[in-house]
Design a protein around this ligand. Structure first.
Ligand SMILES: CC(=O)SCCNC(=O)CCNC(=O)[C@H](O)C(C)(C)COP(=O)(O)OP(=O)(O)OC[C@H]1O[C@@H](n2cnc3c(N)ncnc32)[C@H](O)[C@@H]1OP(=O)(O)O
Length: 206
């Protein structure tokens, strides 16, 4: 394990990632890379370069992508992985994680989340504050589960999908890849086509 952590992206999501990393007490140093060259520090942590500088740091630092957009996070994650970086998982100490839960590299699990047994979460995901994910779920790569989402048992969320804040997914549902589910929506049927859905029950936007 390397003793330093580099977070790519020093905006809102990146700062929460840093906050969790500090609480994990695992790294001696936490710093950022950000393409905003006027930003030199945030939260008392240094911004030591832009993404182009990553090669200079890759041997010394573990690297996590702290960017909220699924597609941007995925593209940068793939670049970082190709460069051979060590990519950790970031898990807030207050998260409750059941037995036989698998969490992929680069995934960030935020404060107050509960993930029940036998759930698999892919790489580069965000499981945001206070979300609950019940048993036997499959959360594919680069998904974002927003704050306060509740997902029942045996649900599958496809690659790069984003569940909006406070949404609810009933049991045995499949949501295909690249879906965006609106804030406060309730999903009671499978979402078989990529697109934007919202409402109670959620319907696809025309
Ligand atoms: C820590 C963090 O901050 S994590 C981030 C958390 N953020 C979220 O979860 C945001 C989720 N985003 C949403 O819910 C958005 O409203 C989206 C993506 C569903 C749609 O966004 P847009 O494409 O900008 O839609 P827009 O705001 O123009 O609304 C279009 C119509 O849909 C309706 N609508 C939009 N979202 C919703 C919703 N969640 N539920 C019900 N109706 C909605 C609007 O009222 C509007 O209706 P109207 O045409 O009758 O006036």
């Amino acid at each position: 394990m390397k003793k330093k952590l580099l977070i790519i992206g020093a905006s809102g999501h990146g700062k929460v990632v840093a906050d969790i990393a500090l609480q994990m007490n695992k790294w001696e140093n936490v710093s950022f890379l950000d393409d905003n060259t006027s930003l030199k520090e945030t939260m008392g942590l240094e911004v030591i370069g832009t993404i182009k500088d990553l090669t200079d740091f890759i041997d010394e630092y573990e690297v996590v992508v702290g960017i909220g957009s699924n597609i941007i996070r995925k593209n940068i994650y793939e670049l970082v992985e190709k460069m051979g970086a060590t990519i950790p998982t970031i898990i807030h100490p207050s998260a409750v994680i059941g037995k036989h839960v698998h969490i992929g590299p680069g995934t960030v699990i935020m404060a107050g989340t509960i993930i029940n047994c036998c759930t698999r979460i892919g790489m580069g995901c965000i499981i945001n504050t206070g979300a609950t994910i019940d048993h036997d779920n499959l959360i594919e790569d680069f998904v974002h589960i927003s704050p306060g989402v509740h997902i029942a048992g045996t649900v599958k969320i496809g690659y790069c999908s984003w569940l909006g804040i406070g949404s609810v997914v009933s049991n045995n549902i499949e949501i295909t890849s690249e879906c965006q589910v609106g804030a406060g929506s309730v999903i009671i049927r499978n979402l078989t086509e990529s697109g934007v859905y919202f409402g109670i029950p959620a319907k696809k936007r025309d």
